[in-house]
Design a protein around this ligand. Structure first.
Ligand SMILES: [Zn+2]
Ligand SMILES: [Zn+2]
Length: 442
């Protein structure tokens, strides 16, 4: 990242932030009951990507009650709440709202029993209910303590993160043209670290991803007469093997990259050579240029293999969804991490590890003229008893034994996650906003 774009001004003074955070978070106990009831409601009533109408309405209602100017249905079910509070930077706080097609097995009293009309189970297995509830809580805290900060808070409830479509839809709808380009964008995600722990990583926090659908065309025939066919099963098998050479032969060995063929479908019975084969591939990289290179290699290999097989028509190679790497702005990330260290203590911070999972959060960095600084961090949500009982001594060892995001057993510590999630987002926001009036003596 370059330093050409404006950074939100730094609040100087060792205790400036802590004193302001104390004033704002003095309201936390008053706000938490509503955060908890929103969380319970969202957890019991999860909605799949693109269907977040109820969740969005619940968030919008709270933002409005807190005094925000609210826009609904922005880029799908997106919610935007603005609170202008004098001169100062604009800080975008982003929370994602969608759930996953997972059948909950936590056994919690507030577990989801929701199914779609098609019978698909739905669960907040990625903790987006925590994100949304903490977003509402932070919005309420900032609204109640407007004398402690100056600037503009832009609260964004984002739909369809799991399908990597929601952030793009909100940006395509003109988020920054309509509401202004923020000076900083902040987002947080739950993680199976112990509740009260936080993880930040300078540079790339999460890998970029792309999913690719490949349609291979052959010529069907009787299984006993392969000479009359162009067999798409054999063609597909060649493609699968050849794709393995991208990471091993084309990507530099020190560049992390993953190419996985997760879906390969062709034919219906043993004695019929089908006409077509369908492959779906996921690509993960820690560098957008590497992603572009891998995608070009996939297309080249698929076309080459189809030509080698004598396919009757060229294959279709389509990128269905993609997201860039989630790269933290170094200065902004350091600012947020320092603020968290000041508020929670240095011992609460664990060293950052590159996540191979992906996020569409980095879409918010794509400002109209220059990149917008973004910072994204992880909030531990594992209950203390579960953390202590997990085998291993290091966080990395323990985490492998604990249910994490997308697991049907993912069960954040309810009270701890909501309290710490509100605190971390609030403190991070304050670290970017200007200070308010000095507190009056009383
Ligand atoms: Zn997820
Ligand atoms: Zn998630």
């Amino acid at each position: 990242m370059n330093d050409a774009h404006p950074q939100p001004p730094v609040e100087r003074g060792p205790s400036g932030l802590k004193a302001r955070a104390r004033r704002v978070l003095a309201h936390l106990d008053a706000v938490l009951p509503d955060v908890d009831s929103l969380y319970g409601d969202l957890h019991e009533h999860p909605e799949l990507s693109g269907h977040e109408a109820r969740t969005a309405a619940a968030l919008a209602k709270r933002l409005e009650a807190a005094g925000y100017t609210v826009s609904r249905d922005f880029g799908g079910h997106g919610v935007v709440g603005l609170l202008r509070n004098g001169d100062g930077p604009t800080v975008l706080l982003r929370g994602d709202m969608d759930a996953l097609p997972v059948e909950e097995r936590t056994g919690l009293p507030y577990a989801s029993h929701v199914r779609t009309k098609d019978g698909e189970p739905v669960m907040h297995a990625c903790g987006h209910d925590v994100h949304t509830a903490c977003l509402a809580g932070t919005a309420a805290l900032l609204a109640r303590s407007r004398d402690a900060w100056r600037g503009t808070v832009m609260v964004v409830g984002q739909p369809a993160e799991e399908t990597l479509q929601g952030a793009r839809a909100m940006m395509d709808a003109g988020l920054y043209a309509r509401f202004g380009t923020p000076d900083a964008v902040l987002g947080q995600h739950t993680a199976p670290l112990p509740v009260g722990a936080f993880m930040h990583r300078e540079g790339v926090a999460m890998m970029g991803s792309a999913s690719v659908r490949i349609r291979l065309f052959g010529r069907g025939a009787h299984g006993a007469q392969p000479e009359l066919s162009v067999d798409p099963v054999v063609l597909g098998a060649s493609v699968v093997l050849r794709l393995q050479t991208i990471v091993s032969r084309e990507v530099p060995p020190l560049e992390p990259a993953v190419v996985t063929v997760g879906h390969f479908q062709a034919g219906s019975r043993a004695n019929v050579i089908p006409d077509e084969a369908l492959l779906e591939v996921t690509v993960r990289t820690a560098d957008d240029a590497v992603q572009a290179r891998v995608l070009a290699a996939i297309e080249r290999i698929v076309k080459g293999e189809a030509a080698a097989a004598g396919a009757p028509k060229p294959p279709q190679v389509e990128v269905m969804a993609s997201t860039p790497v989630n790269r933290n702005d170094p200065a902004l990330l350091r600012r947020v991490r320092a603020a968290h260290a000041e508020w929670f203590g240095r011992d609460a911070l664990v060293p950052g590890v590159l996540a191979t999972a992906s996020e569409d959060f980095p879409r918010f960095a794509q400002g109209p003229e220059h990149p917008v600084p973004t910072a994204y961090w992880f909030v531990g949500v594992t209950p203390p008893h579960a953390w202590n009982a997990a085998p291993g001594t290091t966080p990395q060892q323990k985490v492998t034994h604990l249910p994490g995001p997308h697991s049907p057993l993912y069960a954040p510590d309810r009270a701890g996650s909501l309290r710490k999630g509100c605190e971390s987002l609030t403190v991070a926001a304050l670290s970017c906003l200007h200070g308010g009036e000095a507190p009056r003596d009383h």
